[in-house]
Design a protein around this ligand. Structure first.
Ligand code: AMP
Length: 280
């Protein structure tokens, strides 16, 4: 694996591959890698001769300073895992190269998708995601960007960004990789203390419960019950929502012919976790 820190060096190397008509798959991450990230690398390697992974803890997508400061950093281990996964290039840009001083802040008109769920609970978060992903796509110019379904709304935001900015990149969405007990793998899981990790599996159990009771009550009732259940288990719940799987518009009546997704965000102490499940 080639480790590259500077944009210019990366672009020089990618130009050599482009001249040879090698296609590039790209896996953007914030590090603290786990099997979910590695599944994206594997998916990229199955489709492209060259896979680029980036690790950059993007400050502009953190609406909460403490969350940014506590974000786990495990660089040596990440490099080893990416080597073992046969990733070709690891891009590790310094913050000042991604965000030069005095650079004007670009606004991305992503509309409704930014106003709900993660967008509503984390003001500015998706603008930060768009800023960094837009920059990375301009630098790497991959044929395909590999994203995890774990961040369902983020996949929709990036799809909108690609349309808006006319990037010539396709999106591949990979299934959420889970622990044996169903907990969605997440870098933030590293911050869970004794017993909290077991408790965190309740999020997926709740989504499964919603899925199995989807025709039994109204969406509002199902959501309320799920919130009460998680609150009773001492989660601080931001939302439990049943939404249209393509638009993320709220579902007011269950229509089994309509693809629906259940989405949840809740914190255990100060560790905020999200998950989702396609319901039908
Ligand atoms: P992050 O490092 O959390 O920004 O995530 C980088 C990429 O990995 C994003 O596209 C995430 O959706 C994806 N990802 C994170 N967790 C998982 C998981 N458990 N399964 C599959 N993909 C994941």
């Amino acid at each position: 694996m080639i480790l590259i820190k500077h944009i210019q060096d990366l672009q020089q190397l990618l130009k050599i591959y482009a001249d040879k008509l090698f296609s590039v798959g790209f896996v953007p991450t914030m590090g603290a890698l786990h099997a979910g990230h590695l599944s994206l690398v594997e998916a990229s390697r199955a489709q492209h001769p060259i896979t680029v992974c980036s690790i950059f803890v993007n400050p502009t997508q953190f609406n909460n300073k403490a969350d940014f400061e506590k974000y786990p950093v495990t660089l040596e281990r990440d490099i080893r895992l990416l080597e073992e996964a046969h990733c070709d290039i690891l891009f590790l840009p310094p913050t000042l190269e991604m965000y030069p001083a005095n650079e004007p802040i670009k606004h991305f008109d992503i509309g409704y998708i930014e106003t709900i769920l993660e967008g509503a609970h984390r003001p500015g978060h998706f603008q930060g995601v768009c800023r960094i992903v837009d920059k990375l796509l301009r630098i790497v110019q991959p044929h395909t960007i590999y994203l995890g379904q774990k961040d369902y709304q983020q996949c929709m935001v990036i799809s909108r960004l690609i349309d808006l900015e006319k990037h010539a990149t396709k999106i591949a969405i990979c299934e959420t990789v889970r622990e044996q007990d169903g907990l969605a793998m997440s870098s933030r899981n590293m911050r869970l203390q004794n017993g909290e990790k077991e408790l965190a599996a309740e999020l997926f159990a709740t989504l499964q419960n919603i899925k199995s009771s989807i025709t039994g009550a109204s969406p509002a009732e199902i959501e309320q019950r799920a919130v009460a259940h998680l609150t009773g288990k001492s989660f601080r719940v931001d939302y439990v929502k049943i939404a249209d799987a393509t638009s993320l518009q709220p579902v007011t009546e269950i229509d089994p012919g309509h693809k629906m997704v259940g989405l949840v965000a809740a914190s255990i102490n100060d560790v905020r976790l999200i998950d989702n499940l396609i319901l039908n």
